[in-house]
Design a protein around this ligand. Structure first.
Ligand code: DGL
Length: 267
């Protein structure tokens, strides 16, 4: 198999990274995806940097052993903590949601006030601040961890009153600070887009890191001559570390289509 026909490895702590897989499938219909979700150990967003790093490296090594041409860190928490360690060990290009989301935010803001929401670990790491300031040092950034969003989304409460009240509470400081751009810095948040847009108001532009990283992947494949020249509708593969039925059930909501059989692996 020539390199351009190899699959793209996409990984996350669980089901959430399917928002990234969905964006990739829409933009790059010829590319085969190997998806890995660490359902035995999710959530990562409340764990220490050391643990997140260790898990992230194990997953990257698993996918590299399956022969992928590109690795995509779909999980914001792993991207925030382990992006450098993964780039150092991988012999293939590595992309992640944070670099892509930061770029998207800087391009969109008009008043140079950007809000960032994510898990505790992502916000605590300061990775978005760093990535945004690297592009534009003068931007003001207001960050807010939103730990209740992940379980609410996994419950399917995309427009539930409880989720709305939670969002109002979390977004209050960002709205008070007049951010005009809001980075959805977690795999699960694209599913709350309509609700978050309503709560944030029409003047705030939401940046979906999943779309941003899919756009970057397209550019990378073209620049490196790695785009698959084959026919479309490849058979994607899904690997999880536990409870494949639950992954399949929730995953279909994330993906917006049926999921191929899910394989359980042990790391
Ligand atoms: N995938 C994680 C993220 O994007 C959210 C779920 C978790 O905490 O593991 O930050």
């Amino acid at each position: 198999v020539t390199t351009d026909r190899l699959p793209i490895g996409v990984f996350d702590s669980g089901v959430g990274g399917l928002t990234v897989a969905r964006a990739l499938m829409q933009r790059l219909p010829r590319e085969k995806i190997l998806y890995f979700g660490d359902t035995a150990r999710v959530p990562y967003g409340i764990k220490s940097e050391e643990t997140i790093n260790h898990f992230a490296i194990q997953i990257a090594e698993f996918l590299l052993a399956q022969q992928v041409k590109v690795l995509i860190i779909a999980c914001n928490t792993m991207a925030a903590v382990a992006a450098r360690a993964i780039a150092e060990l991988a012999p293939v290009p590595v992309l992640d949601v944070i670099a892509a989301g930061a770029q998207g935010a800087v391009e969109r803001t008009r008043n140079r006030r950007i809000g960032v929401i994510g898990t505790l670990a992502t916000i605590r790491s300061g990775a978005y601040d760093l990535a945004i300031r690297r592009i534009d040092a003068g931007v003001e950034i207001v960050s807010q961890p939103c730990p209740l969003f992940v379980p609410l989304v996994e419950e399917g409460w995309f427009s539930h009153e409880v989720t709305r009240l939670t969002a109002q509470e979390y977004l209050k400081p960002l709205i008070a600070d007049s951010v005009d751009t809001l980075v959805l810095g977690c795999t699960h948040y694209p599913l709350l887009k309509p609700l978050l847009q309503e709560v944030a108001g029409p003047t705030v532009e939401l940046v979906d890191s999943a779309d941003a990283v899919a756009a970057r992947t397209e550019t990378l494949l073209l620049e490196h001559g790695l785009a698959n020249p084959g026919v479309s509708s490849p058979l994607h593969q899904f690997f999880v570390t536990d409870v494949p039925q639950r992954f399949q059930q929730i995953g279909e909501q994330f993906l917006g289509r049926t999921l191929a059989p899910v394989q359980v692996v042990r790391l």
